[in-house]
Design a binder for this molecule. Structure first.
Ligand code: AMP
Ligand code: ZN
Length: 114
């Protein structure tokens, strides 16, 4: 998608601090971190949100969680703990319409979120 911010990051048209990449997934640091560790994990396929999951792409969506665990381990936050969040749609605060998993860690996180 030409106009999509995260597709541009995948294409390297916009810089990002990338921490992991494979054939289907990219993980990079959030530009406005809400915790000492804050990464975004995205499928390379442009899905707007969880509403776009189908039999054709569910493997790539499941891979987001696998990559989250891997990034957590590589960044040294697997044992202290981390939170994975998807803001899905307007009421959840989704600002970028390319499915992304937030990975937050590095401090005690309160519950429930706002
Ligand atoms: P959401 O509100 O769930 O759609 O989250 C979008 C996230 O993207 C926010 O946490 C932003 O800080 C982050 N973000 C926006 N632009 C960039 C960018 N160029 N590089 C990295 N993260 C970004
Ligand atoms: Zn996109």
């Amino acid at each position: 998608m030409d106009s999509c911010l995260f597709c541009k990051i995948i294409q390297r048209a916009i810089p990002a601090d990338i921490v992991y990449e494979d054939n289907a997934t990219l993980a990079f640091k959030d530009i406005r971190p809400q915790a000492p560790h804050h990464y975004l994990i995205i499928p390379k396929a442009h899905l707007k949100s969880l509403n776009d999951i189908s039999a054709d792409n569910r493997a790539g969506v499941a891979q987001l969680l696998e990559v989250a665990a891997r990034v957590a381990s590589e960044q040294g936050i697997a044992e202290t703990g981390y939170r994975c969040v998807v803001n899905n749609g307007r009421h959840a605060g989704q600002e970028v319409d390319h499915l992304h998993l937030h990975l937050l860690a590095g401090r005690p996180l309160t519950w429930p979120p706002g």
